[in-house]
Design a protein around this ligand. Structure first.
Ligand SMILES: [Zn+2]
Length: 341
């Protein structure tokens, strides 16, 4: 569990504490710095495992929205678990030769410090990518260029990509897209009663080219972990469409480059359940996005470990479950029936 501190920024403390352990398994680099309130905050990228482009790579991301601290907390807690395991678990240590793991647990440290969804410039990073939705999006929520004082602001076109999004793009291009097979999991919270796993597209109701692969991965997880039915996996557009989705942009960019397979997912932890079970949270803005009661926080911090471990093992074994030929068409039809009827 992330240690509590009095600095008002326990997540950054926990992350830097982790780095100070000097684990021989961990590589760390501040990929950019963000200025906020006279402070310069690092955006950390952590890595473990092989850098051989022939092995698969999996990236874990959190803290894109500063309000949704739980995403960062879940990843930092899991990183602590992984480093502890590497000290004694030979099987897991061997696995590190077969996979590259990349972590950006706090993409938007300025937003976390200020407790805002947006970055310090008022830009919603998850609406800031240079991709426009096809068709209409919900007013404001879908992303807009009206004013930085309204939520879901995309920023001005002439201002370019915000530094945090730019750093994330670089990390994905250099450390995931360089591998023949890669996946990403970006941890958010706040939408709905269920834990959702979203995949492209957010920009339209058009089915993603890798629908069969996403559907096969979903089937594999459900078959392997039948008691984890709390995840609802679907294309994001089933819930709503938006402009500027970071993962839509990176997904399309990778497809255009025609080198290997990249599957990006977003974990949207359903915080409405935490509010429903603890109605006093309704009156706290923070409580809309984060579990408050200690037992619930602990439960959320351990809840997704199975999923994360599964993603690593599934990446390593991708040749065994990726549908080919006729099976690909069967999965596509199934997925079309379920999500795009
Ligand atoms: Zn979010």
């Amino acid at each position: 569990m992330a240690p509590h501190s009095t600095s008002g920024f326990p997540e950054l403390d926990a992350l830097q504490l982790l780095l100070r352990r000097d684990s021989p398994w961990l590589r760390a680099e501040a990929v950019t710095q963000v200025d906020v309130q006279g402070e310069s905050l690092p955006v950390w990228c952590l890595e473990m495992g092989s850098t051989d482009p022939n092995v698969p790579a999996v990236g874990f991301f959190g803290g894109v929205h500063g309000m949704e601290r739980i995403g960062t907390q879940v990843l930092v807690a899991w990183l602590e678990t992984l480093l502890a395991r590497l000290e004694w678990d030979g099987h897991f240590a061997d696995l590190m030769q077969q996979v590259r793991l990349v972590f950006m647990p706090m993409v938007n440290p300025g937003g976390l410090l200020l407790s805002t969804r947006a970055n310090p410039a008022g830009i919603d990073l998850m609406r800031s990518a240079p991709v426009d939705a096809k068709g209409s999006v919900p007013l404001l929520v879908g992303g807009h260029r009206i004013s930085r004082h309204l939520p879901w602001y995309r920023g001005n076109v002439e201002d370019g990509i915000p530094p945090e999004a730019d750093a994330l793009f670089r990390v994905v291009r250099e450390r995931l897209h360089t591998h023949a097979f890669s996946m990403a999991m970006d941890c958010h919270s706040g939408f709905g009663f269920r834990d959702r796993i979203w995949f492209p597209y957010a920009r339209s109701n058009e089915p993603a080219p890798h629908l069969p692969e996403a559907f096969a991965l979903r089937a594999l997880f459900n078959r392997t972990y039948p008691n984890h039915s709390f995840y609802l996996m679907e294309p994001q557009s089933v819930s709503y469409t938006t402009h500027g989705d970071l993962w839509d942009f990176l997904y399309d960019e990778h497809i255009a480059e025609k080198r290997g397979l990249f599957l990006p997912f977003t974990l949207e932890m359903g915080s409405w359940l935490w509010v429903k079970k603890n109605p006093r949270q309704f009156f706290s803005w923070f409580g809309h996005f984060n579990p408050i009661l200690p037992h619930r926080l602990e439960r959320v911090l351990r809840r997704h470990i199975t999923l994360f471990d599964f993603l690593i093992e599934a990446a390593v074994a991708h040749a065994k479950w990726r549908p080919e030929g006729k099976l690909q068409e069967i999965y596509r039809e199934e997925a079309m029936r379920r999500w795009y009827r």
